[in-house]
Design a binder for this molecule. Structure first.
Ligand SMILES: C[S@@+](CC[C@H](N)C(=O)[O-])C[C@H]1O[C@@H](n2cnc3c(N)ncnc32)[C@H](O)[C@@H]1O
Length: 277
């Protein structure tokens, strides 16, 4: 029976009008602009939710999301429509810079604070924490990881990863901060508890007002998420995040991203590296 239903659902096609509904849905929910070419991606990722609810069309699923009666399902759809690819020490140049900034930090007693603002499953956030634990040792530091997807945040808090995500991780960090899985866990690593406990993960939509409790940061990583935003959304998100960056603080974006024409409140220090005026 179940098998029949799955087969049937996999045959459901998404119409242009339905695709437009989901384009609007993910734009309103996350600020993500979904190009026309993503129709197959949207229908593929949402097909299992139609099956789960026994629905026959994408319009029915959209109506369920739009009804406002099922916020948990809205989160599931957001989780499915976001792209979460990441790995440890992605774009190493930023971690070399972070090391240097931490070394040069004054040690005035205020914690050195870093925000991984689209953390996905946490590899970026833990990479930052490893560098700070290494450089700052007993001096105070804080690392925050935030994302719109609750599913990736659960995985981030667990800190358990396939080993291939760590191919760029320095060997001494692998030994010092990670446990290698044995037996049924072979081929995986677990970020050690002491480091996990020093990192805070929270749900945060970059397209909404930031919580006033969020402190001022020395460095903000906003990497490989602006590619999904329109120019106007980028401007709004960057302006919002810059209110949480200390003057002279560093703002890091993905290597294929730029803040040219997005903000005049920062100065480029090199490709993908900006400093707040
Ligand atoms: C490709 S991952 C980037 C991960 C990491 N920063 C890196 O560079 O490897 C993009 C992440 O941005 C998150 N994201 C997308 N829109 C968002 C929004 N409006 N607010 C917060 N996070 C968002 C997605 O859920 C996803 O986990």
């Amino acid at each position: 029976m179940q098998h029949d239903r799955l087969l049937r659902v996999s045959n459901i096609t998404i119409s242009d009008g339905e695709f437009t509904q989901f384009q609007r849905f993910i734009f309103d929910a996350a600020g993500i602009t979904m190009a026309e070419g993503k129709k197959a991606l949207v229908s593929g990722r949402l097909a299992k939710r139609l099956a789960h609810h026994g629905l026959n069309t994408y319009s029915e699923y959209f109506a369920m999301l739009a009804s406002g009666r099922n916020p948990a399902e809205v989160q599931v759809a957001v989780d499915l429509l976001t792209t979460n690819e990441t790995y440890f020490f992605r774009e190493m140049k930023h971690f070399d810079l972070l090391r240097q900034l931490a070394q040069e930090s004054s040690g005035s007693g205020t914690p050195f604070r870093v925000w991984s603002a689209a953390s996905s499953t946490g590899e970026e956030t833990y990479s930052i924490a490893m560098v700070l634990a290494d450089v700052l040792e007993a001096r105070p530091w804080e690392v925050f990881g935030t994302d719109i997807s609750t599913r990736v945040l659960e995985r981030a808090r667990r800190g358990h990863y396939p080993m291939d995500r760590a191919s760029q991780m320095p060997q001494n960090y692998l030994k010092r901060f990670c446990l290698k899985g044995n037996g049924s866990e072979a081929g995986t690593l677990l970020v050690e508890k002491a480091l996990r406990n020093r990192v805070q993960f929270a749900h945060l939509n970059l397209n909404e007002t930031l919580p006033p409790s969020l402190p001022q940061f020395d460095v903000i990583f906003l990497r490989n998420v602006m590619i999904y935003f329109s120019a106007e959304t980028k401007r709004q998100v960057v302006a919002r995040l810059l209110t949480k960056l200390k003057p002279g603080g560093h703002f890091l974006v993905g290597h294929s991203e730029t803040l040219n024409d997005i903000s005049t409140a920062v100065v480029a220090q090199g490709p993908s590296i900006y400093v707040k005026r």
